[in-house]
Structures are given as structure tokens and as C-alpha cells.
Design a binder for this molecule. Structure first.
Ligand code: G6P
Length: 442
């Protein structure tokens, strides 16, 4: 890879960027980055300047020869990149707050990546990702796209279906969070734990767990049902699982499964939060303000611990481990979003899945897991259908397709309610959805 690696991070002004920079610094001995380009749009310029200055101080403190560039010129940044990471949010947190609040009015879960919120986020995000891919094909055709932008599963599906880019990987911190959670609950070192992951993004299950190579699934399922175990992520209420349910399910659900298996409880919790402390996006807006105040401090040259209040903890480990394993052809096992190629029998071969893969210089090679257990197979297939129809709607701007996506989502109770929610949400996000308002904009 020439003399040193060039990484481009789109959405570089994100409050998460110090995590990523810390991850690169920690791994410099195996991942010699020469240039790190943080790219943002005009609306993100102020954040980019603040977080970019912190990134420069972090690199300087570490004494490493990484050139950090800040720019609003995406195309200039992409030229000859080796890895492009994407972590942007179309419409910023204000748009996420609408995704969370509007469905609640109709008695439906309002969430960033699940249900109506996930659909609308996909409709806003996919066209932008496809534009980035177009630029990549022209300016850095050999680069890898490492996407964190949510909804990461739907975005990966769209890139696989609607572009010719083969070098795309979707990443998430849910699997690493589950692994950490198990290690913590059992009070063992995380390196001793191995989890066999399979499913979709934010819909992934642990099919088996090993401690030093011995399956400890029964113990882990007991722990999941333990009411004292606070095993969740920062952004999701840690509502207890019914012990006999998880035991009977026989696989480890991810924190997001609470929206499907505990819909009523989660809805009530969201409604209460929306009235009292604000939705998750509104809480995160506060956290962000505090973070950016800290980032401004010219004496700060490390990632501040307050960043751990965000749900994306460890995401840089997932990202940096992946990039390093591709670069170093490590052949280690990591759970990522990639093309299925038959690894999960019940999902189309050409679709995106989140599954354990062997990571090589040619990318992730999914490990065959066969069929998912019958108790979870249907839900996973249903969500995959939702993601596919949603991606099609995002690309075509077709209203009927969007309505079908909304209606087949298991969190939406009827076609009529789906239509009401869709109409209100399309209008609310109009400025970010030009594909749905073509005749008006023409
Ligand atoms: C988890 C998910 C991410 C999501 C994040 C939200 O980590 O895996 O996909 O972006 O939570 O966290 P936040 O602090 O923004 O609510």
C-alpha cells in the first residue's frame, strides 16, 4: 500500500472521532497511517474544526507522523484513499429526534434503526452513500468502504445491490458489546470468550459461546435471565429478559431484540422518556454539547471518558481491528456485515448479513452457519425483506414501495397506521428526501 496508509473518514466532525483516532494511535505499529482525512459538510464545519484540532493534538501527543487533514471537499479527500470510513448522519440529531418522536404519536416504537425511524433514516442515508460510492469508483477504485452509518445493515444491502463496489464492509459495535457483556457478567478476561454470531445488523444472535474453547451457552442464557444483570447498551433500556424465554430461545438475543420481544414495555419506556427526559436523540444532543465543550479545551489531548456515555462504545476497536486485519491479512475471526454467499442458509446468498468472518487482505470470508434456529429464522427473514424493500424505496423514491416497507416492518401494526406515519415522516424530512418530491423540486 504505497508508502503509508491513507484513511478518509466521512462525517469526520462526529463526536465519536476521538475514539477512532485513539484506535489508530494504539495500533500504529501494525497500521502505519500516513494520512487521515476528516471530511464533513458545511453544516458540520464547526464540529469538524473542534474535533479535528483535538485529533491533531492526540496524534502530536503520541508523537506519531500521521498527517491529519480537515476538509469539506470530499472528492479531494477521496483521491487515492486506501480505506474510507463513513459515520455521518443526514439531518443531524434533529432528524433522529423526529424519527423517534413521530412514531410514538401513533403508539409505535420510535427508534434510530428499528421500525419507522430505521426506514426513514435509510431513505435519507442510502442516496448519499451511493453518491460516495460513485466518487470512490472514480477516485479510489481500490479502496475499502467501512461503513458505520446507520442503518448499517440496510446501507450495506443497498451498496451490494445498487453499486458495483465489492470492497464494502458494514460494521457495528453490538457484537463486541455482547462479548464484553459476557466477559463482564462472568468476570473473565474478554480474550477468553468466543461468540458465534449470525443474523443481521441490530438483529444478530449469538448461536454459541465458548470460554477457552468450551461451550458455556447454558450458563450465559441463565445469566441473561438474571434480573440483577444490567446487560445492555447505553442507548437501550436494560429491561430484564423473562428467564424461561431466553432459556427456551436457546440463542443470545442482542439488546435491540428488546424492541421485538418486549415491544409494549419498550414503547411505554420510550413514551415516558419522551415526556420526562427527552428521547435518546435529545439526550444525546446534551451529551454532545458537553463533549464538544470538553473537546475545545486546548489542553485536552486524549479521548475524554465522557464519550463512553454514548451507545457506540468500542466501535473504534471494531473498525481498527477490521482495517488492520485487512491490511495485515490476519485471517482472524470478526463479526461484520458482508455479502452472505450462503453462510446463513435462510438468507439470500447476495444479501448483506452480520456474521462471523475470516478477515483476509481480500476482505471478509463468511463462516458457514447453516440455518438459523427455527424460533428466530422468521423474524430475521422478515427484517431482511424490510431492508430490501426499504433500500429499493430509497433508490427509486417510490411512495408505494416505501409504504410496503413501512407496513411489513413487524413493529408497525397496520397498513393504515403505516400510511399515517409515513406521510407525516416524509413531510417532516422533506428537505433530505428529494427522491420522493421530484415533481415539486423539478
Ligand atoms: C449502538 C449501536 C449503534 C448506534 C449507537 C447509538 O452502539 O450499535 O449503531 O449508533 O448505539 O448510540 P447513541 O449514543 O447515539 O444513542
Amino acid at each position: 500500500m504505497k508508502d503509508g496508509i491513507k484513511i478518509v473518514t466521512i462525517g469526520g466532525g462526529s463526536s465519536y472521532t476521538p475514539e477512532l483516532v485513539e484506535g489508530f494511535i494504539k495500533r500504529y505499529h501494525e497500521l502505519p497511517i500516513k494520512e487521515l482525512w476528516l471530511v464533513d459538510i458545511e453544516a458540520g464545519q464547526e464540529k469538524l474544526n473542534i474535533v479535528g484540532a483535538l485529533a491533531k493534538r492526540m496524534v502530536e501527543k503520541a508523537g506519531l507522523p500521521i498527517d491529519v487533514h480537515l476538509t469539506l471537499d470530499r472528492r479531494a479527500a477521496l483521491k487515492d484513499a486506501d480505506f474510507v470510513t463513513t459515520q455521518f448522519r443526514v439531518g443531524l440529531l434533529e432528524a433522529r429526534a423526529k424519527d423517534e418522536r413521530i412514531p410514538l404519536k401513533y403508539g409505535v416504537i420510535g427508534q434510530e434503526t428499528n421500525g419507522p425511524g430505521g426506514l426513514l433514516k435509510g431513505l435519507r442515508t442510502i442516496p448519499v452513500i451511493l453518491e460516495i460510492v460513485k466518487d470512490m469508483e472514480e477516485l479510489c477504485p481500490d479502496a475499502w468502504l467501512v461503513n458505520f452509518t446507520n442503518p448499517a445493515g440496510m446501507v450495506t444491502e443497498a451498496v451490494l445491490r445498487y453499486t458495483n463496489l465489492k470492497k464494502v464492509v458494514g460494521l457495528c459495535n453490538v457484537p463486541i458489546g455482547i462479548k464484553m457483556g459476557i466477559a463482564k457478567a462472568l468476570d473473565v478476561d474478554v480474550e477468553r470468550i468466543e461468540v458465534q454470531f449470525a443474523g443481521l445488523n441490530h438483529m444478530v444472535y449469538g448461536l454459541d459461546v465458548y470460554l477457552d474453547g468450551v461451550s458455556i451457552m447454558d450458563q450465559v442464557l441463565d445469566e441473561l435471565g438474571n434480573p440483577n444483570s444490567q446487560w445492555s447498551m447505553r442507548n437501550i433500556e436494560a429491561k430484564n429478559w423473562e428467564p424461561s424465554f431466553v432459556k427456551g430461545l436457546g440463542v443470545i438475543p442482542c439488546p435491540y431484540h428488546r424492541y421485538y420481544y418486549k415491544t409494549k414495555d419498550m414503547l411505554e419506556e420510550e413514551q415516558k422518556a419522551a415526556q420526562e427526559k427527552g428521547t435518546r436523540a435529545e439526550v444525546v444532543q446534551q451529551v454532545e454539547q458537553e463533549l464538544f465543550e470538553l473537546y475545545k479545551d486546548p489542553d485536552l489531548s486524549i479521548k475524554p471518558p465522557q464519550l463512553e456515555k454514548r451507545g457506540g462504545a468500542y466501535y473504534s476497536d471494531a473498525a481498527c481491528n477490521l482495517i488492520s486485519s485487512i491490511y495485515n491479512d490476519k485471517h482472524d475471526i470478526q463479526p461484520v456485515n458482508t455479502v452472505n454467499r450462503g453462510a446463513i442458509a435462510s438468507i439470500p446468498a447476495e444479501s448483506a448479513v452480520e456474521v462471523n468472518c475470516i478477515i483476509t487482505k481480500d476482505g471478509p470470508k463468511p463462516i458457514a452457519t447453516g440455518d438459523l434456529p427455527v424460533a428466530v429464522r422468521g423474524l430475521v427473514q422478515q427484517i431482511k425483506s424490510f431492508e430490501r424493500v426499504a433500500a429499493e424505496a430509497a433508490v427509486t423514491g417510490d411512495y408505494e414501495t416505501a409504504l410496503v416497507a413501512m407496513t411489513i416492518n413487524p413493529l408497525v401494526p397496520s397498513d393504515e397506521i403505516a400510511k399515517q406515519i409515513l406521510d407525516e415522516m416524509l413531510e417532516a424530512h422533506r428537505e433530505y428526501l428529494p427522491q420522493f418530491f421530484k415533481s415539486v423540486n423539478a
